[in-house]
Design a protein around this ligand. Structure first.
Ligand code: SAH
Ligand code: SF4
Length: 368
């Protein structure tokens, strides 16, 4: 009999792999769907409680498999209702997930990597460097945990109605583990969320944007943050590998695959860096007539940053300028300020970075 360490962790496995596992036990494929419903819809992880499996199947499950989660280190509750969890991810590392309740929905912002190699100039995660990719179990485990500890909604729906990959890490640099998670989020046998309610945010790993369009067409948010290549090269260094033109072409192709689907462009408002009327005009030129929405994010400061947040009036003016040019533009409300849970402040703890500076070589490694 395998020891605990050798048992197969069923959490985060794609349906096809669960089916193979059950085939190995001599069981039919529908067993995989039953197991997914127990784990993700009912939150049950004890094989003994899975009453529609025969006693012998339950025993075989217990002998060969496990449902294992990352340990939650701490929970922090903001006065505005935002909740942040720190998950232990081995050798002193931490990653974070943040739940943002709003009227009519509950959004969970999840992490995909311990740190990030892409080194964007204004990002606390980037400043820490990269340690490793999270496994699919560690990523979906964040959703599982939030639904487990938060009260259900009035209509008995689970607390998490929307999931955004806007925590730590670059999800498209961990493509192999992120896609199975996306599939579970939209699967009727797991979380059953509509594709509209699942958003991948990327700094622009173009080949994987193309691939995602074919594999799992969820909503896409792109961290643009600059209106020309010169500035974007400084703020979002992956731009040197995939410049704005190339990135936008991939975005429009992604949008074309989905009728009525808009791409959201995130734009962090950095005082005197990217927030002038001229920048707004340049941005409008890039997006004019395209299926695009702009989401302005007031910069969230963190220790030792060289940047400051644009003034409220500057942000309002920038937004109005875009709107006058016919571009849909909103400004993100900052939530969870008092618990350092706002965008870009998620630093978790990366104690053992393996790469801290971005180079073409390590972007290729990171995206492989
Ligand atoms: N790596 C992905 C997703 C994680 S970051 C990406 O870059 O898109 C989620 C969003 O927060 C991105 O738009 C990112 O650029 C933005 N962000 C990073 N640091 C920030 C900060 N200090 N203040 C405001 N937004 C920030
Ligand atoms: Fe990585 Fe996104 Fe932060 Fe850039 S903004 S360093 S891609 S987490």
């Amino acid at each position: 009999m395998p020891g605990e360490a050798e048992k197969l962790n069923l959490l985060g496995l794609p349906q096809s792999e669960l089916e193979q596992y059950f085939a190995g036990l001599g069981e039919k494929p529908y067993r995989a769907r039953q197991l997914m419903q127990w784990m993700y819809q009912r939150g049950v992880t004890d094989f003994d409680a899975m009453t529609d499996f025969s006693k012998s199947v339950r025993e075989q499950l217990a002998a060969t498999a496990k449902i294992e989660f990352a340990r939650v280190d701490s929970q922090h509750d903001s006065t505005d209702g935002t909740v942040k969890w720190l998950f232990a991810s081995g050798s002193g590392q931490r990653v974070e997930a943040v739940f943002i309740p709003e009227s009519g929905r509950g959004t969970l912002c999840i992490s995909s990597q311990v740190g990030c190699a892409l080194d964007c100039a204004f990002c606390a995660t980037g400043a820490q460097g990269f340690n490793r990719n999270l496994t699919a179990a560690e990523i979906i485990g964040q959703v599982w945990h939030a639904n487990e500890v938060l009260p259900r909604r009035e209509n008995d729906e689970t607390a998490v109605t929307n999931v955004v990959f806007m925590g730590m890490g670059e999800p498209l640099a961990n493509y192999r583990n992120v896609v199975p998670v996306l599939e579970l989020l939209i699967s009727d046998y797991a979380y059953g969320l509509s594709r509209r309610r699942v958003t991948v945010s990327t700094s622009g790993i173009v080949p994987h944007i193309e691939k995602l369009g074919g594999d799992c067409n969820v909503s896409l948010a792109v961290s643009l943050h600059a209106s020309n290549d010169e500035l974007r090269n400084q703020l979002v260094p992956i731009n040197k590998l995939h410049p704005i033109d190339e990135l936008l072409d991939a975005c429009w192709r992604y949008a074309e695959r989905h009728a009525n689907r808009f791409i959201t462009f995130e734009y962090v408002m950095l005082r005197d860096v990217n927030d002038s009327t001229q920048h707004a005009d340049e941005l409008a030129n890039l997006l004019d007539g395209k299926p695009a929405k702009v989401n302005l994010i007031p910069f969230n400061p963190f220790p030792d940053t060289q940047f400051a947040r644009s003034a409220v009036d500057t942000i309002r003016h920038f937004q109005n300028h875009l709107r006058n040019r016919g571009i849909v533009a909103t400004t993100r409300r900052t939530r969870g300020d008092d618990i350092d849970a706002a965008c870009g402040q998620l630093a978790g703890k990366v104690s053992d970075r393996v790469r801290s500076r971005l180079s073409e070589k390590n972007i290729k490694v990171a995206t492989a």
